[in-house]
Design a protein around this ligand. Structure first.
Ligand code: C2E
Ligand code: CA
Ligand code: CA
Length: 625
């Protein structure tokens, strides 16, 4: 438009110019406008290397100016071969050349958002120029000619078009942001696998229901559902099948729950149902047990399943309760079901409170079993990851009661609560040391290690030192073959005594391993200054390292920190070769898990064969390693 009103218009109006001359004359200003646009865009949008960009932009500006002046002078016939115009071209080329030589000054680099304002007003500058040109033509008493009107209209239409695309862009952006937000909110409140509410949302709903209950006194009940033997299915059929089963369970529960109830997956194989509309909680719980009792069809095979359900209710007679209290009551009732044989439901009653009644029955049986040495030890091997050599074994307690195996997760806590843990640990120390002595004699050396689990509370017990010594001495062992496995909570609960016990036993040569690392995550601070030999990465911590990149990155970071503290690392619960591969890649020292060997009775373990095989490196196990 500017060119038209200053140079092109007069030239064309003067007539006589050939078509070729007009095209060339038009090409210059258009080319200059393109150059200027590129320069301005590069300048406005580039956040780095501003120095050279300024020079190049100025250079282009100078050339555009000279081009314009040249065209003007030519048409007005006043152009001579040497003029001030040449200076513009010289300066233009010089500035562009300089821009290539000058190093970018990073100090000039600015944040990109500084560019947003100039960039967004740029289109309106075009509009303003058009208005000024047309107006000045008018003021100078010239009629506004058609090309000027056409060009101004083009500018206007372009700006409007841009406005429009910005608007639709914004709308699209808002849509994406909204979708992401909904998705995030969904992730925060719903379980990804089953689509049910998660713990956070569930607690929230319970809280809300309790508030309402405080006003209208309508009873609120929570049913806590835990699958029986789910871990076994996970272990034998694999995690994928386990996940599928959880989805099927969620579907069956969904079939029972009324639409006003809140159904949630609290984690693992735990589900919960909130009933706040006057349903009969016992009838619901019975329906849940019944529905989950039937077999499930998993990958073409039928899997038997059952569930234990605990119910807790807040009514007018119970007084006020917090959401957490209500849930933990349902949990206590659920545990009572587990102890009395699973596959049933139970309503919480105050006498269940500490589950003492059940504890006491078990306690007597457990005390007798320890006394008669009926609590046995099984041994699970630990292997060196880099050379496949046998490092040693971990001793794990086993108890058979009334013809069924009671899991250590059940009877060890009972022993802890009822004062039997010292006797249990002493028995396990004796089993472990006896077996270690036998295996060391068979091997003809004493470098094999034996891990024994020590409960958190025992580190505060001054008699532990003496009992460990007695067990080691009575089997003629060197204390440095014994590795006591302790948990983080032992260090947190009783920091001073725990450290004293650790130090006094370490002085004798006994070493310590930090068990279940990564399961609770109290942090690293309490690891500092504690005489540990190694850290055992919890099974849950390494569960997804071969499938989930985030999980692997976390492992890598944690490995760095642990290695920095000079500790060895044992990966626990290794079930897949891919997990082992990742552990090896990140520099883990040793591994333990079903992939390499299940806990087994000493009578079926051929320790000499195990060591020979791993020395020669020929067995399937070591090939895997
Ligand atoms: P823990 O010390 O972390 O022992 C490892 C547990 O993981 C054992 O379960 C073991 O059988 C299991 N495991 C090993 N490899 C794998 C695998 O590849 N996959 C899976 N899914 N599991 C694997 P277990 O024997 O049932 O022991 C459970 C917990 O009971 C132990 O966890 C330990 O905290 C406690 N415990 C066992 N024996 C004793 C004991 O003698 N004294 C004390 N204080 N606690 C014990
Ligand atoms: Ca352990
Ligand atoms: Ca562990």
């Amino acid at each position: 438009l500017i060119s038209w009103s200053t140079v092109l218009g007069p030239t064309v109006r003067a007539g006589g110019a050939s078509l070729f001359a007009v095209v060339v004359s038009v090409a210059y200003p258009i080319g200059d406008i393109l150059l200027l646009t590129v320069a301005v865009l590069a300048f406005v949008q580039g956040s780095r290397r501003r120095g050279p960009l300024i020079l190049v932009s100025l250079g282009m500006g100078a050339m555009a100016l000279s081009d314009g002046a040249f065209a003007y002078l030519t048409t007005s016939g006043s152009f001579s071969t040497v003029s001030i115009v040449d200076l513009g071209w010289c300066v233009g080329f010089a500035l562009i050349g300089l821009g290539g030589v000058v190093r970018s000054d990073d100090a000039l680099a600015s944040s990109p958002d500084r560019a947003v304002v100039p960039a967004s007003v740029l289109p309106y500058a075009g509009l303003l120029v058009a208005a000024v040109v047309v107006l000045s033509q008018n003021l100078m008493g010239r009629a506004v000619d058609r090309p000027s009107v056409a060009l101004s209209t083009v500018v206007l239409v372009l700006v409007l078009a841009r406005q429009f695309t910005t608007l639709t862009d914004n709308r699209e952006l808002a849509r994406i942001v909204n979708a992401r937000e909904t998705e995030l909110r969904h992730q925060a409140f719903y379980d990804g696998l089953t689509g049910l509410a998660n713990r956070a949302l569930f607690i929230n709903r319970v809280r809300h229901a309790l508030e309402l209950q405080g006003r209208d006194q309508r009873p609120v009940s929570v049913a806590f559902v835990d699958l029986d033997g789910f871990k076994g299915i996970n272990d034998t059929l694999g995690h994928a099948a386990g996940d599928e089963l959880l989805v099927l369970v969620a579907r069956r529960l969904g079939g029972i729950a009324r639409s006003a109830d809140t159904l949630a997956r609290l984690g693992g194989d735990e589900f919960a149902l909130l009933m706040e509309h006057g349903d009969d909680p016992s009838a619901m719980a019975r329906a849940v047990v019944e529905a989950l009792r039937g077999p499930f069809q998993l990958n073409g095979r039928l899997v038997k399943m059952s569930a234990s359900v605990g119910v807790a209710t807040v009514g007018d007679e119970t007084g006020t309760l917090s959401a957490d209290d209500l849930l933990s009551r349902a949990d206590i009732a659920m545990y009572a079901v587990k102890r009395s044989g699973r596959n049933d439901f139970r309503q919480y009653t105050s006498d269940l409170r500490l589950a003492e009644g059940d504890d006491m029955v078990l306690r007597q049986a457990l005390a007798d079993a320890i006394q008669q040495r009926q609590v046995r030890a099984v041994f699970q091997p630990i292997f060196n990851i880099s050379n496949g050599g046998l490092v040693g074994y971990e001793a794990l307690a086993r108890w058979r009661y009334n013809g069924a195996d009671v899991p250590p997760d059940v009877f060890v806590p009972v022993a802890e609560r009822t004062g039997l843990i010292a006797a249990l640990t002493s028995l396990m120390l004796d089993h472990a040391c006896g077996q270690l002595a036998a295996w060391s004699a068979e091997l003809g050396h004493s470098t094999m290690l034996m891990g024994v689990n020590i409960s958190a509370q025992e580190l505060g017990d001054p008699s532990l030192h003496q009992r460990v010594l007695a067990a080691v001495a009575s089997h003629g062992l060197a204390p440095d073959q014994l590795v006591l496995e302790i948990t983080e909570s032992a260090l947190v609960a009783n920091p001073v005594t725990a450290r004293m016990t650790l130090t006094s036993l370490t002085d004798l040569g006994v070493t310590f391993s930090l068990d279940d690392f990564g399961s609770g995550f109290n942090g690293f601070s309490q690891l500092i200054g504690v005489p540990l030999r190694s850290v055992k990465l919890d099974q849950t911590f390494i569960a997804d390292i071969d499938t989930d990149p985030a999980s692997r990155r976390l492992l890598e970071g944690v490995m760095l920190l642990i290695r920095h503290l000079g500790l060895r690392v044992v990966g626990e619960g290794v079930e897949r070769p891919e997990q082992l591969e990742v552990l090896r890649a990140v520099g883990c020292d040793a591994a333990q898990g079903y992939l390499l060997g299940r806990p087994a009775d000493a009578s079926v373990i051929d320790v000499l064969g195990q060591v020979l095989a791993s020395d020669v490196g020929l067995t399937a196990d070591t090939a895997r390693l």
